[in-house]
Design a protein around this ligand. Structure first.
Ligand SMILES: NC(=O)c1ccc[n+]([C@@H]2O[C@H](COP(=O)([O-])OP(=O)(O)OC[C@H]3O[C@@H](n4cnc5c(N)ncnc54)[C@H](OP(=O)(O)O)[C@@H]3O)[C@@H](O)[C@H]2O)c1
Length: 356
């Protein structure tokens, strides 16, 4: 029997990508799709590329419409998921693509988001090194999963192997990240109009204000050790993070660097990333001297990574490309679903991108 699935936020970008991937997943059937202002309209009026789902109508997002499924995906603006998750206590598996269940620290939530704090769920980035193993170990059998922020998972995956192995100094991380406007969702915003972004690279949330900063610090703290209290676990992990919106519909290219830890050899450094990702399907370290392009990962559940050791600057530099809507959200959510349910991890997902 396939799992019965509901997807909320189905008219949006993350919801649409969840549906595109779930439509090809052999073990699920998409029974319910919900939205907000567009409830009552055909799904394909908002997702015209999802032809196999043309029979579905967007319903109101309520606890009642989401109840009675085996799996519920929430792809709502942050701050909106919590009201539904409390009411879904009987649902065997709930996966939230929003931020509501990502942060363990109440003070970090208050500082960067505000509003009601909801408990942290199992973080849905399986490949992250955590406490001698990987985050995958924690996802096995999980019933509540928080899919990652797309920028956050890109930077965390980039640097976590070095933090876990102690070959970089996490107190002086710098990351500058190019991201396409789909990362900000589908709702109309003046700064995301084509006339504002075409032919331009636009920085935003400069100077330590981006909401993904505490999520990155939390993931890197978990790579270092899992045994500290949430409010203090990320002490000593400092990051200067600058996202830049660039005129491509989807994709992220993050350039992240940190000082080389005293005594770390080139073999120690490269070996840390090879050990972390050498056996992974969806996170791949490129050969020395190679660096990824966003074009290589479009539509794929793949994070491609290149690593340089800049001895003159005394820094390790990691360049990572991924598709914000796949590995950065919907693909991570479905990969985590597969692990949680004991299905083969790659079911319904592909490492291959779309080109040109
Ligand atoms: N876009 C990405 O690359 C990305 C990456 C990682 C994580 N995420 C996360 O995924 C979530 C959705 O992002 P998105 O980019 O898909 O946003 P989006 O394109 O703006 O879609 C938002 C969806 O939520 C619905 N919605 C809006 N307000 C609602 C409410 N009060 N109650 C119930 N539903 C409501 C909208 O329905 P109507 O259209 O009917 O109003 C729409 O279906 C966010 O939390 C975001 O942080 C997104």
């Amino acid at each position: 029997m396939p799992y019965q699935v509901a997807v909320s936020g189905a008219s949006g970008y993350a919801g649409g990508e969840l549906l595109r991937l779930l439509a090809a997943h052999p073990d699920v059937v998409i029974r319910t799709v919900t939205a907000h202002s567009n409830a009552g309209q055909p799904l394909v009026a908002h997702q015209p590329h999802l032809r196999s789902l043309a029979h579905l109508t967007l319903q109101e997002t309520t606890p009642e419409t989401l109840a009675g499924h085996d799996i519920v995906f929430l792809a709502l603006p942050h701050g909106q998921s919590g009201q539904y998750t409390d009411a879904l206590a009987d649902t065997p598996l709930v996966i939230d693509c929003g931020a509501d269940h990502r942060l363990e620290s109440v003070s970090a939530w208050d500082h960067f988001y505000g509003g009601d704090f909801h408990e942290a769920w199992t973080y849905g980035v399986p490949e992250l090194p955590v406490d001698g193993g990987t985050q995958r170990d924690r996802i096995v059998g999980a019933t509540r999963i928080a899919a990652p922020g797309c920028n956050a998972s890109t930077v965390s995956l980039s640097l976590a192997p070095g933090v876990a192995a102690g070959v970089i100094d996490p107190s002086d991380i710098v990351s500058v990240l190019a991201v396409g406007p789909s990362g900000a969702g589908k709702s109309l915003k003046t700064n995301l109009l084509a006339s504002e972004i075409l032919g331009s690279a636009n920085p935003y949330a400069v100077g330590g204000t981006h909401r993904h900063i505490p999520e990155i610090r939390q993931a890197l703290a978990a790579a270092r050790s899992a045994s500290t209290a949430p409010e203090t676990a990320d002490e000593g992990i400092r990051i200067s993070f600058t996202p830049v919106i660039v005129p491509m519909a989807r994709g992220i290219l993050a350039t992240s660097s940190a000082p080389i830890a005293p005594g770390a050899t080139d073999a120690d450094i490269r070996g840390a990333w090879e050990a972390a990702y050498g056996n992974e399907t969806f996170v791949q370290l490129l050969p020395e001297g190679d660096f990824p392009r966003t074009a290589d990962v479009l539509g794929a559940n793949t994070a491609l990574m290149g690593l340089a050791i800049d001895r003159a600057a005394n820094r390790v530099v990691v360049v990572t490309a991924l598709d914000n809507l796949v590995k950065g959200t919907a693909g991570a959510a479905i990969q985590s679903m597969n692990i949680a349910l004991g299905l083969p991890e790659a079911t319904g997902l592909t490492v291959n991108g779309v080109a040109p």
